[in-house]
Design a protein. Structure first.
Length: 533
């Protein structure tokens, strides 16, 4: 037997297998090295030279990390301390890298987020063209953005591109039509009434006036509303999703500093394990909600999946579609749920939280908005017909969105060589629109750009600013936020009901420290002194 094993034929085959294995390993290594060279050396060099030939420069990038370390150091230096006073001049604090490099290189410059080139764009006409339907397929969310949000909101509507984006938007858009939204006002009123009852109990126990941290309550409120209106679940299930998504958001924000490392998401680190565990917990709860809706139809308790967002998406997944690639999978369904649960409560809660801070520190506008709410609603909770009449409150909300827009940056990546204005953008170049800086621009808004002045919106958004692209809290063009009307409607209902029941001032304990953790937040919350009218 031994002689057979060591025979010439067997030895020859052993050598062939070894040679083949060596060749395979060699080609894998060559391929990996080639890909590494392309991604981390050639592409950055190509894009940098392409833009420099057009006169667009920026801070020199370091190998692999780009300008990440410099940006992180600038941010940490500015945000480590609270602001010395209540000032709305916050661009230097939150976008210090934009301020620094725009002074050196002008309004157009290229930053490097690892190996991703990001062109800063603040010119209104360029922004209008980039966000227009003309380029809806030329620009989209970059691989780096998708990678950073993979475990947070996955391939929900915010993160997909091209045909997938168009298909998913078509599915969810009907849930946000005006007629559909009108039916949500009752839920908004009921949920807000519960929150105000909680405020009453706090004041009764502590002897009014009393301090309440409104951000925490508004976060719970908006999570409850989105759970009831779009997913048909009680807050008992919704709050679990809410808490886990908050943790996922923070972890995803932290992971941004590691995205430039190749293969980092596959390393079995404690950080990566925690993200995976949070994702698993969120999706388990979502699957319970989804399965309950499916079971309701299957056993005959319901004849349809419902007309809310979840119902529309479930109906789509059950249809037989000729192209299976265009059918929503269970994972896409959960990603869509996470996307709208996050955007449906996080950004709206922040809008209302900053609005409450602004009204608490501006008695004049608080009194104007309250007088309007009492006159329009006649002491009752607002109904659908009342909301368009709350014009002063609408002005206040727009000014809040301008000064403290929840989404301070708007990124897009070019998927092909694109010409915008006089610039040629190479494939792979990302465009970085600093929304916060545009909203505070004195060129667009006047010398009082950093002051709270809702009067500027008295004649509508179009006449408030020198250019329509000067106010883009919900983006613009085909990818404009679907939940825009929902957010404004909800904010009007909630703030009008608060104004009708309480007068309030900013607590002496309030510490002004806006920070960006994917969205623009008050670092220490917003404590407000409430007193019954």
């Amino acid at each position: 037997m031994e002689s057979n094993l060591l025979g010439p034929d067997n030895i020859r085959w052993v050598f062939i297998v070894i040679q083949a294995s060596v060749l395979i390993v060699f080609f894998i290594i060559v391929g990996a090295v080639s890909e590494f060279f392309k991604v981390y050396v050639w592409e950055p060099f190509r894009i940098r030279r392409f833009m420099e030939r057009q006169g667009v420069k920026g801070p020199p990038p370091s190998f692999m990390v780009g300008n990440l370390i410099a940006i992180a150091n600038l941010r940490e230096k500015e945000t480590v301390n609270d602001m010395e006073c209540l000032s709305h001049d916050i661009v230097d604090r939150l976008l210090p890298h934009y301020i620094k490099y725009s002074r050196i290189y002008g309004n157009q410059f290229v930053l490097w987020w690892g190996v991703e080139a990001r062109l800063a764009v603040v010119q209104p006409e360029l922004i209008k063209e980039i966000l227009s339907s003309k380029h809806s397929y030329s620009f989209g969310k970059s691989h780096l953005q998708q990678k950073g949000n993979k475990d947070f909101i996955g391939k929900g509507l915010l993160m997909v591109n091209g045909d997938a984006w168009a298909h998913q938007r078509r599915i969810v858009a009907p849930a946000f039509h005006t007629d559909k939204l009108k039916g949500h006002v009752k839920y908004m009123v009921d949920c807000t009434a519960q929150m105000l009852h909680c405020f009453d109990e706090i004041l009764r126990k502590c002897n009014e006036p009393s301090e309440i941290e409104v951000g925490k309550h508004l976060n719970r409120l908006t999570a409850d509303i989105i759970a009831r209106t779009e997913f048909g679940s009680s807050y008992e299930k919704g709050k679990i999703i809410f808490e886990q998504l908050k943790s996922l958001q923070q972890l995803s924000s932290q992971s941004g500093r590691y995205l430039w490392l190749p293969g980092n998401q596959f390393l079995p680190t404690r950080f990566n394990r925690e993200i995976k565990e949070r994702k698993r917990q969120v999706e388990n709860v979502l699957l319970e909600i989804i399965q309950a809706r499916r079971d309701s139809v299957q056993v005959g308790r319901s004849v349809s999946y419902g007309n809310d967002l979840l119902g529309l998406m479930l109906a789509e997944t059950e249809q037989t579609i000729s192209s299976s690639s265009m059918k929503l999978t269970n994972q896409q369904l959960m990603d869509e749920c996470k996307t709208f649960f996050f955007t449906g409560h996080e950004t709206t809660a922040l809008l209302m939280t900053w609005t409450m801070m602004l009204l608490a520190s501006s008695p004049e506008w608080q009194n104007k908005a309250r007088a309007e709410a009492l006159e329009v609603c006649q002491g009752n909770p607002p109904c659908t017909a009342d909301l368009p009449k709350l014009k002063i409150l609408g002005m206040v909300l727009n000014e809040s969105l301008r000064l403290y827009t929840p989404a301070s940056l708007l990124p897009r990546q070019a998927f092909e060589n694109v010409k915008v204005g006089d610039l040629e953008l190479p494939k792979g170049m990302s465009v970085w629109i600093p929304v916060l800086a545009i909203h505070h621009s004195k060129e667009l808004w006047g010398e009082d750009a950093n002051e709270f002045n809702p009067q500027r919106f008295a004649e509508g958004v179009q006449k408030a600013c020198k250019h329509q692209m000067g106010f883009i809290p919900f983006s613009s063009g085909p990818r404009v936020c679907l939940g825009q009307s929902f957010a404004i409607m909800e904010a009007k209902v909630v703030v009008a009901m608060i104004l009708s029941r309480f007068k309030f001032t900013l607590s002496p304990n309030y510490r002004h420290a806006p920070v960006c953790v994917l969205t623009l937040k008050p670092k220490h919350g917003v404590p407000i002194i409430f007193e019954r009218l």
